[in-house]
Design a protein around this ligand. Sequence first.
Ligand SMILES: NC(=O)c1ccc[n+]([C@@H]2O[C@H](COP(=O)([O-])OP(=O)(O)OC[C@H]3O[C@@H](n4cnc5c(N)ncnc54)[C@H](O)[C@@H]3O)[C@@H](O)[C@H]2O)c1
Length: 392
Amino acid sequence: MGGLAEVRYIIASRPGLAGDVAPTAAAGHARHRLTELHARMILVTGGAGFIGSNFVLDWLAGTDEPVVNLDKLTYAGNVRNLDGLAGDARHRFVRGDIADQPLLESLLADHAVRAIVHFAAESHVDRSIHGPGDFVDTNIVGTFRLLEAARAYWSALPQASRDAFRFLHVSTDEVFGTLAAGDPPFSETNQYLPNSPYAASKAASDHLVRGYHHTYGLPVLTTNCSNNYGPWQFPEKLIPLIIANALAGKPLPIYGDGRQIRDWLYVGDHCSAIRHVLESGRAGEVYCVGGSSEKANIDVVQTLCGILDAERPRADGTPYASLITYVKDRPGHDRRYAIDARKITAELGWQPAETFETGMRRTVRWYLDHQDWVADVTSGGYRDWIAKHYGG
Ligand SMILES: NC(=O)c1ccc[n+]([C@@H]2O[C@H](COP(=O)([O-])OP(=O)(O)OC[C@H]3O[C@@H](n4cnc5c(N)ncnc54)[C@H](O)[C@@H]3O)[C@@H](O)[C@H]2O)c1
């Protein structure tokens, strides 16, 4: 860590930015020395999104290793999730696209990055049905550009740094398709059978990552995780949407019969799984991550309603579940996902800390305590803030 002391940061003077720092010329001179000393700094892509911002916050709560956070700030990215890091020299936020290869190359070199944790993606299945193009551009082409930049950077590192370098690709269980009621859960050896444009684009990115390991030797790691829930999730996703609608007295929409089954994992547990894989995972390996917590969508909504009834009873005393409304099912809606997470547990000792019940309660309380955040995101106030600070 001695090399890090060589780096001086200046904190950008724009107020309110989440720890936006720029390296000084001194840092530029220190760059090569830092590389030789196996600098410890990671590049996170998509670190203003739901899981990415949880990851960055957890990371910097647990270590002093700095983070360069590259995010395009699409509708799903919210740099204000990182307000708690304002003025923190360990965090540098950069607004940019993972498909911008020159930008990637300069970020990698300027910061002597020792690992990339790749979250950036278009991630909403419903949006992929209405507009698959963005999913191809970011999830496939963007990941390809990121791999190319990583390969160029990694190839030029000194041997010890090459050996230590990692490219961790964050993927989803949706690449495996759907399960029938009695099927065993997905594991690392499952066939890829993606059923939506989102899942297909993530599957393609997984294949590219695998190909870069087998062809070029790039030290990659891939995680395929089940559905996450927790703080900072964009309010169009099931759990924050249900909480927001319930509090507003609006219908709680349930697709089809509501019997679609998902495995649910608290986002903090996904972040800890990624840290385990990054530090101890074997290069070239895939790790399935899940909460061993299969629930039908209708049961998730009933659970949320029950917690809200206890935490924030309605003025007229009627249960929140009376707002449940069944709507037309999503086309191609997968019936069941489930994850066998025995490999990551056996090899790396990872286990989720939260149960479904404790994680859901924490999540509901977080949204109740952060109504201003939800209102800001849903009202467009956040987009106005971005336009003011970033010009668009
Ligand atoms: N949410 C889940 O339940 C879940 C489960 C398993 C895996 N994953 C995977 O985890 C990752 C993160 O998911 P999430 O739910 O946090 O998604 P999200 O949509 O909340 O966040 C994605 C982030 O990526 C950024 N981004 C999008 N396109 C970009 C581009 N071209 N360049 C740079 N940044 C860009 C967005 O601005 C946003 O901040 C994704 O790769 C997703 O496939 C998600």
